[in-house]
Design a protein. Structure first.
Length: 325
């Protein structure tokens, strides 16, 4: 990989250079400020960086601000960004992930920790490349092979929607905050009603638009709340909310539906779309540490799925379409 490391401490950059060279055959470019980093990015426009390592504490533009600037660059909207910093308080962790960080590593660290993060980024890039080629091929086939679909549980890239990250990034975030005080953090999931039928009837292009529009509606409904959200596949969105706030799921879903109605969704063929969501119960993370905190993400999905399935049946066991939250 071609990696850009940004830190105002030359000794830290020397250490990173030595460690990265031990991890694998990677090319490391270093910068001592945000200005230098942006110059490196500009000069590498034809050969972009695969990964960026950022310190937080730097004079002038700090690492979190630089992360936001990098994310606004069209070529770096999804580039993995690993924060490597001595700042271990929860606010900096929150701010870093909200700015677009992929993962967070606290100094001092062992080479095994850095190796694990770099290897995770390599796997992420490989999965993204495979998924992008798959989606591209499916989109190209939409007109000729109607049976071609995005798989139910495929990840779908969602960009430029506030608070939305990839699922593995949400796992990284929860893993980080679980090592600190969680301050009443909660996780819940929202399941798209009858997503299997929607999936069967939609082209790859339409499905990607639908998922992105739903993510935008949820993000808008959560405005004013500190949150991170990811699409987990099968029409399910998982949200982690902060600050001790626990969502009133019925009220939240009603607001999401109102926003979706105002969007006036249509398929690429011009047919109107009506999308509904069903919430699962919120799970408190306050007593969870490490893997148990990350497990809460899948538990929230399972709870939403179970609640959705239960709500689809009336006392006679017949399916109905108007889902009650």
């Amino acid at each position: 990989m071609k990696i850009l490391a940004v830190d105002d401490d030359p000794l830290s950059l020397e250490l990173l250079d030595a460690l990265v060279s031990q991890i694998g055959p990677h090319e490391l470019v270093t910068a001592t400020s945000a200005v230098d980093a942006l110059q490196c990015i500009a000069e590498s426009s034809q050969d972009t960086f695969d990964c960026i390592l950022l310190d937080i504490q730097m004079p002038g533009t700090n690492g979190i601000q630089l992360c936001e600037i990098v994310r606004a660059h069209p070529s770096y909207s999804r580039t993995p960004v690993l924060m490597i910093t001595a700042m271990s308080d929860k606010k900096n962790i929150d701010d870093a992930f909200l700015a677009g960080a992929t993962d967070y590593l606290t100094k001092p660290f062992e080479i095994s920790e850095l190796r694990g993060r770099i290897q995770m980024i390599e796997r992420l890039l490989e999965e993204r490349d495979l998924n992008a080629r798959k989606i591209s091929a499916q989109k190209a086939a939409d007109g000729n092979e109607p049976g071609k679909k995005i798989d139910l549980f495929d990840s779908v890239p969602i960009v430029e929607v506030a608070g939305v990250v990839e699922y593995n990034v949400l796992e990284n975030y929860v893993a980080q905050i679980s090592r600190k005080s969680l301050f009443g953090s909660s996780v819940f999931a929202l399941k798209t009603v009858d997503f299997e039928r929607l999936h069967q009837r939609s082209s790859a292009t339409d499905l990607q638009f639908i998922i992105t529009d739903v993510a935008e509606a949820i993000s808008d409904a959560l405005e004013g709340t500190t949150f991170l959200m990811a699409y987990a596949g099968n029409g399910t969105f998982v949200c982690v909310v902060e600050g001790g706030w626990r969502p009133e799921t019925t009220k939240l879903v009603n607001e999401v539906h109102r926003i979706l109605e105002s969007m006036e969704l249509y398929t690429t063929g011009g047919a109107p779309l009506q999308v509904e969501l069903h919430p699962g119960p919120a799970i408190r993370l306050i007593s969870r540490v490490g893997p148990r905190a990350v497990d809460a993400l899948s538990e929230a999905q399972e709870e939403a799925e179970k609640s959705y399935e239960d709500s689809q049946r009336n006392p006679l066991g017949e399916l109905y379409w108007n889902v009650s939250a």
